[in-house]
Design a protein around this ligand. Sequence first.
Ligand code: NAD
Length: 378
Amino acid sequence: MAITIGVVRETLPGERRVALTPDVAKKLKAKAVNLLIEHGAGDAASFPDASYKDTEVAVDARSTLGRADVLLTVQPPTLEEIAALKEGAVTIGYLSPHLAPERIKALRDHKITSFAMELLPRTTRAQAMDVLSSQANIAGYKAVLIAAEASPKFFPMLTTAAGTVRPSKVLIIGAGVAGLQAIATARRLGGQVEGFDVRPETKEQIQSLGAKYVELGVSAAGAGGYARELTPEERAQQQAALAEHIKGVDVIVTTAAVPGRKAPRIITAAMVAGMKPGSVIVDIAAETGGNCEVTEPGKTVTTANGVTVIGPVNLAATTPIHASELYSKNLYNFLELSIKDGDLNLDWDDELIAKTCVTHAGQIKHEPTKQLVEGAQP
Ligand code: NAD
C-alpha cells in the first residue's frame, strides 16, 4: 500500500526552511508515494503551494499530521504535533534528542518511529544524507557575509586614486565543514585569510584554499575524524598563542565544535579586550555555548574597546531556498533506503537506519538518549 509522506509548516520563530521542496516532491512522487503538505508549508522558503505538483495540500497542520505515515521535519516535532500523529508513524528530521527529554518520552509513548538526522553515521555511504554537512556549509558562508557587513573595513585590497587600502585580516577558527566554507568565502571577498584547527590534517585543507595555516602548537585529533576536547594545559597553550595573534586581526569567524560537548571556549573576554577597536567576531558556535566568552546567542555585543561580537543562531535558515533544497535532498537520500513500490520497509540491519533511530515501537533505541531519559529504570 502506498504510504503518505506529510510536511507541515515549521513553527519555530525564524525557521524559514521546509523539509520538502518541489523538486524532491517530484522525485518522491516517482516512487509511487502520496504527498500531503499543510497549506503554506513552503511559503517561508519561497516555495508556494502551487509549485508542488501532484501534491495534496491540506488546510491545516492537524489534518496533515493525522494522515501522514511519514512526517518530514526541519525542527523537531512539537509535543502537540507528536500527539496529532498516528501511532506507528515515522518522523525524520533534526531531533536534538539530548535537549528535550519530554519530546523523546512523547515519541516513545505514542509509538512513533523517530529518526534524528544529526545521529546519522558520517560514513562515505551516508555523505549524501548528511544534514550536518549540508547546513554547516551554508552557516560558514553566511557567517562571513555577516562579518563583512558588520566590519568597518573592506575585505579586499583596493588601489584607488586616494591611496591603497590594505585587505582585512580574517581568521577562521575551526576548519571543519563550516570553517572551510568560511575560508573559501572570505578568500572570494578578497580578505587576507588564515585559519587553524586542532586536527593536524586540516593544515593541508586550509592551505589548499589559499589561506595561511596558523601554527598554535596544539594537536587534538579524536575518534572518527573529529577533534577531542583539549586538556586544561592544551587550552591554556592555545589561548596564550592566540591572544598575541589576534591583536593584529580584523575579523574572526569561529566554528569550533566537539561532538556531544559544549562548544570549546577558545577566545576569552580578556583576549577580546586586547583586540583592535573595530574588530569583528562572528561566533557560529553561539547556540552550543559559544567559542568566545563574550558571545550572547542571537545578539550583537559591542565591547568597551569597540569590538563587535555577533552570536548568530540558526544561520542555515537565513538562506532558506538553498538550505531547504540541500536538506530536502539529504532526507530524500535517506528515505530512498527504505521506499520500495510506494511502501516503507525499514531494514534494521542497515547501520544508517539503526543508528539514526531514536524511538521505535514504544522503546528508546538510542542508548545515550535512553540513559538520559530513563536513567537506571528498566
Ligand atoms: P564539527 O562541527 O564537529 O567541528 C568543527 C571543527 O572544529 C572541526 O574541524 C574540529 O576539529 C574543530 N575544533 C574542535 N575543537 C577545536 C579547538 N579547540 N580549536 C580549534 N578547532 C577546534 O566538525 P565537522 O565540520 O562536522 O566535521 C569534522 C570532520 O568530519 C571533518 O574531518 C570532516 O571531513 C569529517 N566529515 C566526514 C563526513 C563523512 O564522511 N560523511 C561528513 C562530514 C564531515
